[in-house]
Design a protein around this ligand. Sequence first.
Ligand code: MG
Length: 391
Amino acid sequence: MRITDIRTASLQGNFEWILVRVYTDEGLVGLGECYWGAGVEAAVHGIKPLLIGEDPHNIDWLYQKMVRGMSGAGSTGGAIVSAISGIELALWDVKGQMLATPIYNLLGGRYRERIRVYADCGHGAQPTPEAWAEKAKRVVAKGFTAIKFDLDNVDPESFGEDYHVGVGPRKGWLQGQQRPISNREMDTMIRLASAVREAIGPTIDFAIDCHWNYNTRDVIKLAHELAPLKLLWLEDPVPPDNVEALKRVTDNSPVPICSGENHFTRHGLRPLITTQAVDIIQPDIPHVGGLLEAKKIADLADIYYIPVAAHNVSSPIATVAACHTCSTMRNFMILEFHGMDVGDWWNDLVVGDQALIENGYIKLPDKPGLGLTLNEDVARAHLKPGASFFA
Ligand code: MG
């Protein structure tokens, strides 16, 4: 069997969902999806000549060929790795169909038949304790047993002109500022988070995302202030670039620290794991290098007793692909669901009568490969303006 073509279709979800199809000379077609971002779809088409004529069985070799073909010596990240990841997902779909078995059987087999997911609640409708409590209750009523809110820039007027680095309507909303937290902002943050904990009661898991915004000292102070709320984790407290600074936060935080969504490949995640700069590792599977790369990262984390909470903002395609590899990780903890505000079409993008997520879990498909069929009518209805449909 040989690869004959690679095509894309870019949908407009809550993020850009870049779907990838890998075609073969025996008629099998694999479906994958890349993490969003500028240049990703173009990178898929740039990679294509490296794979035409290759045997789709040899996924690990093809991964290395893509990494090295797009980066020289092999150290790479960003849009290139997102593009490689989407293609890798599609290659596993081809291989599973070819061998008539679900992808999880090809990655070591399952530890679990269903994948626990948590619902991302963003910032709520507005930054008030009432709005956050209302959203938390509404999401938990849908059956989720774990939720996450974004505790960044919830009081932009409180932290001074020096840190209003955005312009226009997004003034004050740039992420990754490594800025201080004023007393007023700290009070707002504690009131918002406390309202959520009060609304959901003591047993629902509750995580908070800082989106890389704070300096080390002030976010350590925030962690101590939040400790009574018994959080599942505090995510991305400081910018992703300096692992030693992240480790300082983790070593001094009473709340578990989770990070990793903005690191690429096993080489990018390695120092977070081996220096134990995180309590929980958070690779984004269609962003980090794909299913096998995520499994390798999970296995490295496993020998340091670090659990995996996979980041995910994808359509059902990459979400279910992620579920296949998550089911094979001994140290899997939970997977993100970021489609709360997309509406019913998140689910309708795949053919089938049942909801993909029920009571906070995704049941693994037992059909060959990915086990999903794209609903082409729904996909076409949500194409990005000007985008082609696998043309
Ligand atoms: Mg995050």
